[in-house]
Design a binder for this molecule. Structure first.
Ligand SMILES: Cc1cc2nc3c(=O)[nH]c(=O)nc-3n(C[C@H](O)[C@H](O)[C@H](O)COP(=O)(O)O)c2cc1C
Length: 201
């Protein structure tokens, strides 16, 4: 299913076509495609080129790791995310490796890495659905994540599926329109709360 953004201004197809589905096809994601997705994450810019991200990833055929990952999700997310062929959790290193100082951009950079991965995925007809609804402490324990690293977000990757395969409440959400705040609410200039002048047409 497609659910392109109804944008107020033109954007690249990769931006327009990306969305976060909950229905995924059973079709697996090939290993070479997964390598390309994480290669895209690898080339994300980061503060001091620290690259403070790591990913725990499993495809469904690695049943043991995949079900461990799924078990970290809140019940609502498990319901649909367990059907996607790939699941991952993004983890951030909280201090600079070079001097141990806190890296206040670690989360920012890790989010950017997932965004890069998502763009590469979109270009390949794949979709990514990110999730805050998971248990970071359980993730640390299940995967022996070392001190100084924090699980940030979970996500699944897969090809689009049939919304009819979802339970009714999820199907409704799948088919409901996508909405966004207007640019004038968050693109400012001069002082806080003043929309940037280039927004006026
Ligand atoms: C960091 C983050 C956490 C999210 N957590 C969840 C989640 O736990 N469960 C869920 O179903 N969707 C989750 N989402 C998906 C958002 O609800 C979705 O991105 C938003 O509604 C915009 O829809 P779109 O991605 O289709 O444009 C999350 C997205 C992000 C980026």
């Amino acid at each position: 299913m497609k659910k392109p953004a109804s944008t107020d201004h033109p954007v690249h197809d990769l931006v327009r076509e990306r969305w976060s589905p909950r229905a995924f096809a059973e079709k697996p994601v090939a290993a070479d495609v997964l390598r390309s997705l994480f290669e895209a994450a690898r080339w994300t810019p980061s503060s001091s080129n620290e690259q403070p991200w790591a990913f725990i990833v499993a495809t469904k055929d690695d049943h043991a790791t995949h079900s461990k990952l799924v078990s970290t999700l809140v019940e609502f997310n498990q319901l649909w995310a367990k059907h996607a062929p790939v699941m991952a959790i993004a983890v951030s290193e909280l201090a600079f490796a070079r001097n141990g100082d806190p890296n206040r951009n670690a989360f920012y950079d890790t989010g950017a890495a997932v965004a890069h991965l998502t763009t590469e995925a979109t270009a390949r007809g794949l979709f990514v659905h990110q999730m805050a609804g998971f248990d970071p402490q359980k993730t640390i324990e299940l995967f022996s994540i070392p001190a100084g690293w924090e699980p940030i977000a979970a996500f699944v990757i897969g090809y689009p599926g049939d919304p009819q395969s979802l339970p009714e409440t999820l199907r409704e959400r799948e088919l409901s329109p996508r909405t966004r705040k207007p640019l004038s609410e968050f693109v400012m200039s001069g002082s806080w709360g003043h929309p940037a002048s280039f927004l006026k047409q």
